[in-house]
Design a protein around this ligand. Structure first.
Ligand code: NAG
Ligand code: NAG
Length: 331
């Protein structure tokens, strides 16, 4: 009897050990955390004057952290002068900084804009922690200019006195590109190495060399892709020389979700163009649902969801169903 019990306990322990190792091998991707970041990304879509909606999205993710928004700003961030909006929020309680970027509302416009965006890639020189200028590959000139503008006017003034904080950086669409570049600058300039990035539907922001630099200094970065969202495939890979200098190339780590967000594939953590993930879908296969997929993440219409203050309708319904089932069970 005791022997069986011992065996059972041993098996349980083994299971727990396997579970822990299984989870840690995922290099920290947590869907729960990704959904928290999505609320922050959505918060950037709240009207710039709507303090309530923005705060509400933040509080849905971090109800007890006492985050307060320091600054909201807009700047042109693409070829057509579309405005990207961003905000910085601080929790002195948990010593965290949120930097969240939104893109344009028009996914259709993005599609035409990026289908021929190769010429927009320029040499990117960044200053490292010792003050040396380093060529870190190529990046999209519009995103780069917008990042620098926001850095000077908002990011640097907000984080300068908070170098020992943890940085939660996120963005949807063009906002994802801005998030990547901002996270890179914070890490490369050695402001902090406590940086967590989740982006949603991010277009290609730099080339292979940039992807390498980015991954080296921002290892905690997840690029969530909704099935055949077309924007992460733009600007398109150069079929003849995808890894060439100045050719668009993704940074890892893609998290590739199925259409209804019930499962995901964890893609390569070293190669941003993992052909077992969204790249396997041919360019012409995006179909009419492309725009829908780009604008919807974790089953939320991101911009509308954020404007409304991230109402938790879905789980309210689930909760009600559970409650009713329980009541009927006990009747
Ligand atoms: C701000 O957003 C909330 C949703 O959270 C909405 O109810 C409210 O009407 C908005 N306020 C203004 C001034 O637009
Ligand atoms: C970019 O910078 C690198 C290193 O400084 C240089 O070798 C390369 O020729 C530059 N490329 C372009 C297109 O200017």
């Amino acid at each position: 009897m005791t022997k069986t019990n011992d065996k059972t306990i041993f098996r349980l322990l083994l299971l727990i050990v396997f579970f822990i190792f299984g989870v840690s091998s995922y290099t920290g991707y947590s869907e729960v955390e990704a959904e928290k970041f999505l609320n922050l990304a959505a918060a950037a879509y709240a009207d710039s004057s709507n303090v309530t909606a923005r705060q509400s999205c933040i509080d849905v993710s971090f109800p007890t952290d006492n985050f307060r928004v320091l600054m909201v700003m807009s700047t042109p961030c693409d070829k057509h002068g579309n405005q990207c909006q961003a905000f910085v929020a601080i929790s002195d309680t948990t010593r965290q900084v949120i930097i969240s970027f939104r893109g344009t509302n028009s996914a259709g416009q993005l599609l035409t804009e990026f289908s021929n965006g190769l010429e927009d890639y320029v040499n990117y020189t960044e200053t490292d922690g010792s003050g040396n200028n380093v060529n870190v590959g190529h990046a999209n000139v519009y995103f780069l200019d917008a990042m620098k503008q926001m850095w000077d006017d908002m990011v640097y003034p907000s984080i300068n006195s908070r170098k020992d904080y943890t940085f939660l950086i996120t963005g949807h669409s063009l906002g994802g590109a801005m998030a990547t570049l901002t996270a890179f600058r914070i890490a490369f300039r050695q402001f902090s190495n406590r940086i967590k990035v989740h982006t949603f539907g991010e277009p290609r922001v730099g080339d292979l060399l940039f992807a390498g630099y980015f991954t080296a200094v921002v290892p905690y970065a997840f690029r969530v892709v909704h099935y055949t969202d077309p924007i992460p495939h733009l600007p398109p890979l150069n079929v003849d020389n995808p890894t060439g200098s100045g050719m668009p190339y993704h940074h890892p780590r893609e998290i590739w979700y199925n259409d209804d967000f019930t499962s995901y594939t964890l893609c390569s953590d070293t190669n941003g163009e993992d052909w077992s993930c969204s790249d396997q879908k041919p360019f012409w296969d995006y179909g009419s649902k492309g725009v829908y997929r780009h604008t919807h993440y974790f089953n939320h219409f991101v911009s509308e969801y954020g404007s409304l203050g991230c109402p938790n309708s879905e789980s309210t319904i689930k909760y009600a169903i559970v409650l009713f089932s329980l009541i009927f069970y006990f009747l």
